[in-house]
Design a protein around this ligand. Sequence first.
Ligand SMILES: C[S@@+](CC[C@H](N)C(=O)[O-])C[C@H]1O[C@@H](n2cnc3c(N)ncnc32)[C@H](O)[C@@H]1O
Length: 253
Amino acid sequence: MDFDDPKQRSVFFDVHTDLPREGPGNFDSTKQALTLAGELPSSPRVLDIACGPGMQTIDLAKLLPTAIITAVDFHAPYVKEVERRAAAQGATDRVVAMVGDMADLPFAPASFDLIWCEGAAYIMGVENALRAWKPLLRANGKLAITEAVWLRGDPPSRVRRCWLEYPAMKDVAFNRQLVATCGYKLIGDFLLPKSAWLDDYYGPMQKRLDTIKDRYRGDRAAQDVLAESQEEIDVYRTYSDYYGYVFLVMAAA
Ligand SMILES: C[S@@+](CC[C@H](N)C(=O)[O-])C[C@H]1O[C@@H](n2cnc3c(N)ncnc32)[C@H](O)[C@@H]1O
């Protein structure tokens, strides 16, 4: 998938429109990670980086009813969607969504008690992300991310092909070590359940693919993008023992 190609980009965002979330995850996992993060100040400041359409933003707003949450994403339509969902939740007064770049965030040092990033730290590289975001944490601040990981060292070629766009993907042990290397103390980690991929992410994505495929009949370039998304789903359905997502919850050491 070439994001610099306007056609491919437009079909990609057509697939990724109106999905409840933009990566594997679910309410129970967000809650479990939040529980690991432990006690927060009475009105915590929370930053949700690369929030997508805001599923975990709104889950955090529900789980932390006194939190003030800032949600940032590069893609303006997702930011609008977060605003819509916050309004539907009656949380516009404490959920602020804005367009921004995770690699160039416009916040003063020590602005947040909790930084959250589901499924996106890889975009700037986990190590870069952990180092860049640490100064934004207040004393005793926590950071929680999800990251794609290899669960077995012998993935079949079809799986490796599917993950070609993320050659830096590592295993859980590597990521635990990286947390320490970047100056954090790992509080805990756990793997997302398969249902967080199949029911919460790929289920709605499959429905979307089925809905839009007729729109691109006879359009070879568009069909290629749709086929790539379909392959991503099918590979996970077949090979979910080979890779997964780890939730890493850490404190600035
Ligand atoms: C895999 S999605 C995860 C979205 C959301 N956290 C979720 O789990 O539903 C990655 C998100 O990162 C956003 N993104 C990509 N590059 C970014 C950047 N440089 N800064 C901020 N967000 C970015 C995309 O627009 C997309 O919403």
